[in-house]
Write a new protein. Structure first.
Ligand code: 5CA
Length: 440
């Protein structure tokens, strides 16, 4: 992609309304623009990151055996009256009526909708287990939308739902999602720690929040330091096998958010206790028959008995993650994208656009990298070097590959790794193979 043709406007000044670093950097890097309070348009650079995060979520959900669907944003109020949540949800729910005066709502979550689908589509115990999810916009009329996409009113969530015959089977489904979440966040370059949590309006008694540490986090967290040294990748995990040992390993050490933190239970002391702020990037719940009972969602057992199904729901804050990743990975100059979610892999900086030799070298590098599947943003603008470097540091692509008149004479280019800032003067071929062979 040529930057001269790309829709990207960076800002030098810090927008006054942005209180935290991720919000500031997202506005300055031209990733989003506010449409109204807590509602954002995603511009090309931001949208690419959002898509990358979605793709990782889709891949990890597929690996864990969950199937993607897409449910609507607008739901009938009557469905929520059946579960009793239409009145219980309060002013956070955006209520709408259609031209026939039918009460509708913009979904804040989809437990009712998915339970209705299950109620209508499954009959027998043989139809279980089921695990469906979607990535869809939600609306919650937050009293205090703030921090940009971190606490929006309209936000993108991955919400998944499992259906099982009994607690034991439902716990297996819960464990699968628990492990899938560890892997998902690790792939995004994050250390998300599962913590005991309150289940709030979703309900249920088994619930974990996945929290990353950040000074700007909205909740206080208390956790055993040893959790931060554990490897969440679980690369060779067998989702068909018993995941209870992994669940136990992660939950045997103390970790809780302030809502659930109990100093009388927390035995971690002194330097083993991390007391910090955290951002909730996901939340999983086992809620049993909370929705299947009022909505009448049951299956027939071999002896003809009807049994209510046991449910769980599993949320990931997809749009919040864009901000959360920036909170976890930035420096004074701007964003430092982890490779897996970066909007482009390489910033190709031509210091002398219009110069025949520089243009030829830059175009050749662009073609070779693109052919190898590397996403390149080619800064071909007629701008001062200082402006180009500042912009590229701000938008934070993992590599900066600079072509300049002095270097090309000697057959070299400069390669900088954004994280850490190491710079090297390399031959064109070595620079290419350094990028292509890099294993993040
Ligand atoms: N139905 C359940 C799980 S599918 C549910 O709605 N859970 S939740 O309320 O905890 O939301 C799931 C995730 O969405 C949260 O962990 C958080 O990362 C994200 N989220 C929640 N509210 C907002 C918001 N106002 N802005 C951005 N992200 C949000």
């Amino acid at each position: 992609m040529r930057l001269s043709r790309y829709f990207l406007t960076t800002l030098k000044e810090t927008p006054a309304e942005a209180k935290i670093v991720s919000h500031r950097l997202m506005l300055r890097a031209g990733m989003v623009r506010q449409a109204s309070a807590g509602i954002y348009s995603w511009l090309p650079l931001g949208f690419r990151v959002l898509r990358n995060i979605e793709n990782i979520v889709h891949e990890e959900m597929a690996a864990a055996g969950a199937q993607a669907v897409l449910m609507p944003t607008l739901q009938l109020a009557d469905l929520w009256r059946e579960s009793g949540r239409y009145d219980a949800y309060g002013p956070e729910m955006l209520r709408i009526s259609d031209r026939h005066d039918r009460d509708m709502l913009y979904g804040p979550t989809n437990e009712e909708q998915i339970t209705q689908i299950m109620r209508d589509d499954i009959r027998s115990y043989r139809d279980l287990p089921r695990n469906l999810y979607h990535i869809q916009w939600k609306f919650r009329d937050e009293i205090r939308p703030r921090f940009g996409v971190m606490r929006g009113r309209e936000f993108l969530m991955k919400d998944g739902y499992s259906f099982d015959l009994d607690f034991e089977a439902a716990k297996r489904s819960y464990n699968i999602m628990f492990v899938a979440y560890l892997r998902t966040y690790a792939r995004m370059g994050l250390k998300a720690i599962p913590m005991q949590a309150d289940s709030g309006p979703i309900g249920g008694d088994l619930s974990h929040e996945f929290v990353i540490l950040a000074d700007t986090g909205e909740s206080a967290v208390y956790a055993d330091k040893r959790l931060f040294d554990m490897d969440p990748h679980a690369d060779d995990v067998d989702f068909e096998g018993d995941l209870e040992p992994i669940f136990k390993k992660w939950t045997s050490l103390y970790a809780a958010t302030d809502e659930k933190h109990d100093p009388t239970v927390c035995s971690v002391e002194g330097e083993n206790l991390v007391e910090a702020r955290g951002i909730e990037v996901g939340h999983i719940f086992y809620f049993g028959t909370k929705y299947s009972e009022p909505l009448g969602c049951a299956v027939t057992m071999p002896d003809g008995e009807k049994r209510l199904i046991h449910g769980g729901s599993y949320g990931i804050g997809v749009s919040r993650l864009v901000g959360a990743i920036i909170e976890a990975s930035h420096d004074d100059a701007g964003i430092v994208w982890p490779d897996a979610v970066a909007p482009f892999n390489v910033a190709l900086i031509n210091l002398k656009s219009g110069d025949e030799v520089c243009d030829a070298v830059a175009n050749d590098l662009y073609a070779k990298l693109s052919d190898a599947g590397v996403q390149v943003l080619h800064d071909d603008r007629d701008e001062r070097a200082g402006v180009k470097f500042a912009d590229m540091d701000l938008i934070g692509l993992p590599w900066q590959l600079t072509v300049g008149p002095r270097g090309v004479k000697a057959g070299t280019v400069e390669l900088k790794r954004r994280a850490g800032g190491d710079k090297e003067e390399l031959s064109i071929d070595s620079a290419l193979s350094r990028i292509l062979d890099f294993d993040s």
